[in-house]
Design a protein around this ligand. Structure first.
Ligand code: A3P
Length: 302
C-alpha cells in the first residue's frame, strides 16, 4: 500500500534530529517543537492508550489490540500498516500527517500509541478516565534493541557507537528519557488510573496467558479459536513477515532495514551478545541503585 506522503518522504534527505528537553526529559526535537499540540490533545472516554518505553513491545501490543478490535479478522488487520491503524500520539514527521491528525480523523473507539512518560501524558486522558496498556521490557534487552533501532531509524538522534549509546541510556540522555523513570512512573500510577501493566518477558513465555489478560482488560469475550488465531498472528514469526506490521512499508531512506530490521530478533536475553563483562558489571551496579526503592521487579536483569 502506497501512502500519499510516502512518495515525498522517499525524496527527502533525512536529517537526524537533536535532543530537546521537555520538563527535563529529552525528546527528538520534532516532539519538543510540537509540544503544545500534544499537550492539548483531547482524549475521548473510550480511547485506549498503549504506553511504552520505545522498543519494549509496542508494535506487538498494537497488533494484539487491533486483532481484538477486529474480532480476530486477520484480513481487516491488513487494511493498513500498524502505524496508521494505531497512530503514534507525539509523532511529527518532516512530511505527512502528524499522529494527532490521524487520531482526530479516527472513529471511536480509538487506540493510540505513546512513548510519553506518565507525567507528560496529556491530562485529557485522565480527565476522561481512559484505559492504558503498558508494556515494559527488561532494561538490558531494551537498551540493545534501542541501539539497533537508532542505527536504522534516521528520525532518531545520532546514537554514537555502542559504548557511547550504552552510557547515554544509563544516564537517561536518550529520546523519551530515562528507562528507569519511565517504567517506575507507569508502575506507580496503577493505583490512580486504569492500567494493565505487562512485561515483554511474560508475553514471550506464555503469549496466550498475557493475551487473555488483554482480553479481560478490553472486556472482550471471544471464542477459543479466535483467541488461538490472535496468538498465532501476533507471534514474532508471523509479524516479521507481515508488511503491515514489520515497517517495510515505510520509506527505506528513513527506516533502513539493510542496517537492522525493525523486527530484529524478538528474543529475551539478546543483551548477552552485546554487553561486555565490564559493561554488565557497571550496568548491574547502576541498576541496583536506580531500582532499590521500587517494588517493580524485572526478570533476566541481574
Ligand atoms: P528486538 O530489537 O529485540 O528484536 P517496539 O515495537 O516497542 O518498537 O519494540 C520492538 C521490539 O519488539 C523489537 O525487539 C522487535 O523485534 C520486538 N517485537 C516486535 N513484535 C514482536 C513479537 N510479535 N514478538 C516478540 N517480539 C516482538
Amino acid at each position: 500500500m502506497e501512502l500519499d506522503y510516502h512518495a515525498e518522504l522517499r525524496g527527502l534527505t533525512v536529517r537526524r534530529p537533536q535532543l530537546k528537553l521537555l520538563q527535563d526529559v529529552p525528546f527528538p526535537d520534532w516532539v519538543a517543537d510540537n509540544w503544545e499540540t500534544v499537550k492539548n490533545f483531547q482524549a475521548r472516554p473510550d480511547d485506549l492508550l498503549i504506553a511504552t518505553y520505545p522498543k519494549s513491545g509496542t508494535t506487538w501490543m498494537q497488533e494484539i489490540v487491533d486483532l481484538f478490535n477486529q474480532n480476530g479478522d486477520v484480513k481487516m488487520c491488513k487494511r493498513a500498516p500498524v502505524y496508521e491503524r494505531i497512530p503514534f500520539l507525539e509523532f511529527f514527521p518532516d512530511k505527512g500527517p502528524p499522529g494527532v491528525e490521524l487520531i482526530e480523523k479516527m472513529a471511536s473507539p480509538r487506540v493510540i500509541k505513546t512513548h510519553l512518560p506518565i507525567q507528560l501524558v496529556p491530562k485529557s486522558f485522565w480527565e476522561q478516565d481512559c484505559k492504558t496498556i503498558v508494556v515494559t521490557r527488561n532494561a538490558k534487552d531494551n537498551l540493545v534493541s534501542y541501539f539497533h533501532f537508532h542505527l536504522m531509524d534516521k528520525e532518531m538522534p545520532e546514537p554514537g557507537n555502542w559504548p557511547e549509546f550504552f552510557e547515554k541510556f544509563l544516564h537517561g540522555q536518550v529520546s523519551w528519557g530515562s528507562w528507569y523513570d519511565h517504567v517506575k512512573g507507569w508502575w506507580e500510577a496503577q493505583d490512580k488510573h486504569r492500567i494493565l501493566f505487562l512485561f515483554y518477558e511474560d508475553m514471550k513465555e506464555n503469549p496466550r496467558r498475557e493475551i487473555l489478560k488483554v482480553a479481560e482488560f478490553m472486556e472482550k469475550v471471544l471464542e477459543e479459536d479466535v483467541i488461538e488465531k490472535i496468538v498465532h498472528h501476533s507471534s514474532f514469526e508471523v509479524m516479521k513477515d507481515n508488511p503491515m506490521t514489520n515497517y517495510t512499508t515505510f520509506p527505506m531512506n528513513i527506516l533502513d532495514h539493510n542496517i537492522s530490521r525493525f523486527m530484529r530478533k524478538g528474543e529475551v536475553g539478546d543483551w548477552k551478545n552485546h554487553f561486555t563483562v565490564s559493561q554488565n558489571e557497571d550496568f548491574d551496579e547502576h541498576y541496583a541503585r536506580q531500582m532499590v526503592h521500587s517494588s517493580l521487579k524485572f526478570r533476566n536483569v541481574l
